[in-house]
Design a binder for this molecule. Structure first.
Ligand SMILES: [Zn+2]
Length: 292
């Protein structure tokens, strides 16, 4: 008897950007309740999902990106570690499947410090997973999550899931954090501040020759909804108004400049273009390519 497969293939995908190779690494996905989306009546959100042939609980990919540049290797984002359930936390195994030795990563860059991006910095015992890496993160981000006054204003769930988790994730790296704001932070990678989702939310523009890739972090969490309706904010936006304004600014730039974008929450492997559509925008995933 021939047995049908029961496990999916590993989640990684290579994409060349000039002389740089970017490898999307899946950490898995999360099926989130629609209640995390604000600023849109539930019926309208449901209709968008139904029209897009999506289940009522939107599926949110969680992606990381390894960057091979100038003979060095960086990783943007670390996934969620073992903290967000069985459909997430796959970064280490997909990294291995992609042939990457974690000891070869000399720089870890974060778009921001949130559990699905930074909890993978440490293992179950709280030990740094990246023994050789310098940690690059916006200084406002480090300050915000260590600010006791800001933590006191947050609700209990936010205190535990965001503030305390951030402190645990960053602690083993305290003497090798490089606080950045903007400009080139790794060969071919430029940091671009996109505050709102969090105070230090940062995009990374990867450029080589005439090719570029704009890794836009959490500009979008639920692509079907927020691309069509950029005013939709998320429960976990630090400053929802600023997040929505930043999203509109990035959408305008991405569509006008026909930028290739890479998203932490666009469907894996996350490479896409954004075009204007009636009343909003439309995301067009890039087709699979055999050539790297
Ligand atoms: Zn996220």
């Amino acid at each position: 008897m021939i047995k049908a497969p029961t496990r999916q293939i590993p989640g990684f995908y290579h994409r060349r950007v000039g002389d740089i190779v970017v490898t999307a690494i899946s950490d898995g996905y999360l099926d989130a309740p629609l209640t995390v989306a604000y600023n849109l009546p539930k019926e309208e959100a449901e209709k968008i999902l139904i029209d897009a042939c999506r289940p009522p609980a939107p599926r949110i990919s969680v992606n990381c990106f390894a960057v091979y540049s100038a003979g060095r290797l960086a990783l943007i984002e670390t996934g969620s570690g073992n903290t967000m359930g069985p459909t997430l936390g796959l970064m280490p195994q997909n990294l291995r499947a992609a042939g990457i030795d974690i000891n070869d990563i000399d720089t870890v860059l974060l778009t921001h410090v949130h559990p699905d991006h930074s909890n993978g910095l440490t293992d179950e015992a709280g030990v740094a997973r990246f023994p050789a890496a310098e940690l690059v993160v916006n200084g406002n981000e480090v300050d915000h999550w260590h600010n006791d006054a800001a933590m006191a204003k947050a609700n209990e769930r936010q205190q535990v899931r965001y503030f305390q988790a951030a402190r645990v994730a960053l602690a083993p790296y305290h003497n090798r954090i490089r606080r950045i704001a903007e400009g080139e932070v790794f060969p071919g990678i430029t940091a671009v501040p996109i505050p709102g989702h969090t105070p230090g939310h940062t995009a990374y523009l990867i450029a080589s020759g005439s090719d570029s890739l704009f890794i836009w972090g959490d500009t979008v969490h639920i692509p079907e909804i927020q691309v069509a309706r950029p005013e939709v904010t998320m429960e976990f936006d630090s400053d929802p108004q600023q997040a929505a304004a930043t999203r509109l600014r990035i959408f305008d730039m991405a569509a006008t400049d026909r930028l290739l974008i890479g998203g932490m929450h666009t469907h894996f492997p996350g490479f896409a273009h954004l075009v204007r559509a009636a009343g909003g925008y439309r995301l067009i995933q890039e087709p699979w390519s055999f050539e790297i």
